[in-house]
Write a protein that binds this ligand. Structure first.
Ligand code: HSE
Length: 436
């Protein structure tokens, strides 16, 4: 059988990795797919990059629309990122009856509902394994491997750059900016690194995971996102003293009131496996009612790990080319007509435990004021540390762990504590999850 002809948009980190792995493992990939998979046409602004990647015999263009409009191309692989031109390219490819593979989490999180509806209407497939957690086949695991389960919750370290920064801060005491520059040089960080450190990239990925876990439309705008840029070396070390690690977690949980969909720095007990996922590695913990807790771990970014997911999608599409469109795996795991409109909870309604750090004047009665404010709002204190004042300074750091409380109550308590004259800084608050 003739090989499947692929059009590759973008020859950056992931595009390059995809070209290299497709070539290196061509024989084995063809044995799996049932036929060869070849790059026939590639688009990149810098055409010399194609030479570097050994794509000398591939048709090349600087205009990605040439590829999506080419009649010979059966599958378009979109690896240029962003969500304006990428959206136009993907919709045009679908309109031209081509299948699409993308690693673009922002595109799927923001425009996935529209893209899947267009694909459904045209009877083509859109595959996006590489959009979440790089090389870890977590989309496939949740969408297919756990299809028997009612998913209760999932929690993931799904931004390698943030995890790398937090790990280096903890282990080597390195500064935030220094580690971020290294992540950029290694090709892990997004084009706009605020997407990594402010939780946006993780929010895109969590939005996708939540949809396939619970069978709801993609709703990035309802996802709460908070990044790691305000985490200090003190927080990392106080958390360790209390037996916790700080990780940027994406959490999606089904509750009676609605679905929690949130990304924020989180204290996790250090005995949990996921608390020990370090550096640029990613991990996703998924709790199903039948299977219990399952953990998926691996490289969340990088050229060949992400290419691994892109090519797995190419193999899946190649195998399914002749399948009846009605019998393919649905894009969001549940049949399109079966998606539910369960509400996503505003963050004020979410219940978690909290780590609080504040600086207080070292005077009698200060703690009594703080604990009274907490008690009046039904907030129970689980653990407490007061640091010795540094010599010559009459200020102390107070660190508390609370029991679970509604976030709205905690916001009120923090506002009242910050209004006390004896509290000398804003209160740092980090949510705590036991993931038990
Ligand atoms: N910037 C992303 C990360 C790349 O650091 O995880 C992979 O999506």
């Amino acid at each position: 059988m003739d090989p499947v002809k692929v059009g590759l948009l973008g020859l950056g980190t992931v595009g390059g990795g995809t070209a290299i792995v497709l070539k290196r493992n061509a024989e084995e990939i063809a044995r799996r797919a049932g036929r060869g998979i070849v790059i026939d046409y590639a688009a990149n602004l810098d055409l010399s990059r194609a030479e570097e990647l050994g794509l000398g015999n591939v048709r090349l263009t600087q205009d990605a629309f040439d590829v999506v409009n080419d009649p010979d191309i059966q599958i378009v692989v979109e690896l240029i990122g962003g969500y304006t031109v990428a959206r136009d390219l993907v919709l045009q490819a679908i309109n031209n009856g081509k299948h699409v593979v993308t690693a673009n989490k922002a595109l799927i999180a923001l425009h996935g509902n529209e893209i899947f509806a267009a694909a459904q209407a045209k009877g083509v497939m859109v595959a996006f394994e590489a959009a979440v957690a790089g090389g870890i086949p977590v989309i496939k695991a949740v969408r297919e491997g756990l299809a028997a389960n009612r998913i209760e919750w999932l929690a993931g370290i799904i931004n390698g750059t943030s995890n790398f920064i937090l790990t280096e801060m903890r282990d080597k005491g390195r500064s935030f900016g220094d580690v971020l520059s290294e992540a950029q040089a290694l090709g892990y960080a997004e084009a706009d690194p605020t997407f990594d450190v402010e939780g946006i990239d993780a929010g895109h990925k969590l939005t996708i995971l939540s949809s396939i876990a619970f069978g709801i439309p993609l709703q990035f705008k309802q996802t709460y996102t908070e990044g790691i840029s305000k985490i200090t070396a003190e927080d990392v070390s106080y958390a360790a003293e209390l037996g916790y690690r700080i990780k940027l977690l994406g959490i999606a949980r089904r509750t009676d009131a609605g679905i929690e969909q949130r990304v924020h720095p989180t204290l996790i007990p250090q005995r949990r496996l996921i608390a020990n996922v370090d550096g640029v590695m990613n991990a996703v913990l998924v709790k199903g009612d039948a299977v219990g807790a399952t953990l998926y771990y691996g490289a969340g970014a990088g050229a060949e790990p992400t290419a691994s997911a892109v090519i797995a999608d190419l193999v899946d599409i190649t195998r399914a080319l002749t399948a009846d469109p009605e019998n393919r795996v649905p894009h969001l795991a549940f049949q399109p007509s079966q998606l539910e409109d369960t509400a996503i909870l505003p963050i004020d309604e979410v219940e978690t435990a909290f780590y609080l750090r504040m600086c207080a004047l070292d005077r009698p009665g200060v703690l009594a004021d703080v604990t009274r404010i907490m008690g009046e709002r039904q907030i129970s204190i689980e653990a407490f540390i007061q640091k010795e004042p540094t010599s010559g300074v009459d200020k102390v750091d107070i660190i508390m762990l609370t029991q679970r409380v509604r976030e709205g109550n905690m916001n009120e308590a923090i506002a009242a504590i910050e209004a006390l004259e004896t509290i000398c800084s804003s209160v740092t608050r980090i949510r705590v999850e036991t993931l038990g």
